[in-house]
Design a protein. Sequence first.
Length: 392
Amino acid sequence: MKPRIYLDNNATTPTDTRVIDAMMPYYTEKFGNAASRNHSFGWEAEEAVENARKAIANELNCRSREIVFTSGATESVNLAIKGYCERDRQRGKHIVTQVTEHKAVLDTSSELEKRGWEVTYMPVRKDGLVDFDELTYVIREDTVLVSIMHANNEIGTVNDITAMGKLCRDRDVRFFVDAAQSFGKLDVDVDSMNIDMLAASGHKIYGPKGIGFLYVRQRNPKVELKLQVDGGGHERGMRSGTLPVPLIIGLAEATRLCAEERQSETERLKQMRDSLLEKVTSDLPDTIVNGSLEHRLPHNINFSFPDVEGEALLMELESIACSSGSACTSATLKPSYVMKALGHSEEVAHSSIRIAFGRMNRDEDGELAAKEIINAVRSLRGKSPFHRMKRV
């Protein structure tokens, strides 16, 4: 198979070799169980885990004891939403989220609906962002939780989490943020943003798969969760299971590298993204750019090309690997629910592709991508009787 340039970094990222180097000793000579308190192997592992916890907490401006390690953002989402709602039933049984959330949030919310909870799924504006005035309206006296993602995984739009967090704090409603796409890439301060719980995952930031965390506020106010995984009471009773020390070390090192290189990496990826955007829209002026360009992740762009089938376009792109939407929904033939939420027809929704640049990409990758996309769209339109009829 012909090698491809990887441009699907919202789905997952390659593990940075520096992260792998940091992890390796904990697979070999430093292999102790962090819960083993009777010998130096366990003490060494526990110390390494706590140092990793501090590194992640430093990135969020929180206390290390507020970081709970999980298998990834999906588990963190389940622990946050189910854990909080099953713990606190005194105020009411109403949750607010948005229709463009990741499936982890939507499916978890749907499960709670089956258990008698009421969920309000907020629409988004045409630019993919939550309408703040609408959020102000839908929060009720019996609302216990608002769950809004920071950055969308398909279209890269970035919500105003700071304003939403203040609103929730003023209304005494807990605020949960899925930050799988923004952690490590954008500045996130859980205190100034009034975030009560936050989920993230290692494999989105050039770390290993199988590790993530949930931030759980422990003061002003203290958030308590109902345990979802029984068996040992690890992680201060919030998540049982032997800690995967090498993966935790990898997550911490990936976090450190992101913080250290964020400014230069952001500028470089944004320049690549904007260059691709300019080339594609200049040569294909009817291209639709999905989502706000002003409030957007620096490395992401999502295009729709009328009269072009997205899956056919992906097959035509021989040199680049990208996607037609979220990796978690790519097995379905249905159009992206995010595209539909923006008000697109099924035809336009089906014609979308997502490009997400990453740390390992170089300037020439963007130039090649632009060239291939333009040529592929023109080729497919040339074969389309419908498109030829529209031009007559």
